[in-house]
Design a protein around this ligand. Sequence first.
Ligand SMILES: [Zn+2]
Length: 400
Amino acid sequence: VTTISVQLPAPVPGDVRDTLRKHMYWVTPGIRAVTVVEGEPPAMVVDYEGALDGPAVARALREAASEVLAGSDAFRPVVVHDSPVVLAAAPRTDPFPTLEQRRWVCAEAPGSFTYTGPMARLIDGLDRAFRRRLSAFGPAEVQLPTLVAPWTLHTAGGLGATAPSANYVFHLQEGRSVVDRFTAACVDPDTGELDLRSVPDTSDRPDAVLSPAVCQPFYRTLSDRTLDGPQVVSGRARCYRYESGATEGLRRLREFSVRELVCVGSETAVLRARETMLEAAAELLRERRVRGQIRTAADPFFIDSFSRMRMYQLSFSVKHELLAELPFDGSDLAVGSVNYHGDHFGRAWRIRTDNGEWAHSCCMGLGLDRWAYALFAQHGPDPDQWPAAVHGLLGGADGS
Ligand SMILES: [Zn+2]
């Protein structure tokens, strides 16, 4: 492993640091760890294990970093809400190792976990609390799929932008000989070890993507329709993002659960719904004793489009993030977002309002896993010590 230090042209704003790290894993194969070092001058320290020489990798990293940083100081995020919650005695340690040790959180595949005990109950309780709060919107419940057609993402204009973070799904080519070849190759006859590297030669082309943005299939259900009023739906779904080396504990998962609320309708109705969603988000933070903020945010897609997207999103306040503070290291964790899409999906799916205009849309996504992690981080790993408003989320015999 080679350690490469890259000097950065400018200090990295706090809200861009995470994005910068995330993008560096995509510069070239073999990037193992990325650390942003504040200081004079600011720098990035990168562990690299691959075929290129150090200076070539450093050059590529520097180039990618300046693209991410370009324009990052033109618009600053704006805090639109500060949660009034004060933590009496915020724990100084990351609860994650304790949760793992108690087997409430058990690693399954990279970025995917099985939850048991209080962690499982908390996630379910959070969803119930969210549904109760969102019932004020009068949503119809929808069941959103996990397997999404690549075509749906393409039509929504998203496959290009989400290409690197998408998880592609394929199956083996039909045929006895292919299956035999696969079976023979997937286990090394000498060591008995599983090795799925032979899959690309035996698989068919991917015919589905594990849903990277859960509300997309809903817009498709409204395609070529004229709405007779705002459509408001809610659903709990699994969401998937491949984040390469940036995958980390409960902070950045590859598979997670979301409670989603979607509104499609006229511009006026959707903007009003967006305001109400932001109010509901602020209430949820307060009600469930979460110390955090709601801020305008830029949604980072990919390196070449990041500065453009960031400028667009920040300047029109189209994305708001709910951030929970992690007291053990002072960082913020995005536990949800409220997104206004303008008429983007209305146009993409030819959805009109009754006065003939393209429908507008907005959605709110609440990440159940991260909410649970934030509550453990802010109130400690022992549910017995939690305030009633948090403990009540556990439900059941010993939770009420
Ligand atoms: Zn959404």
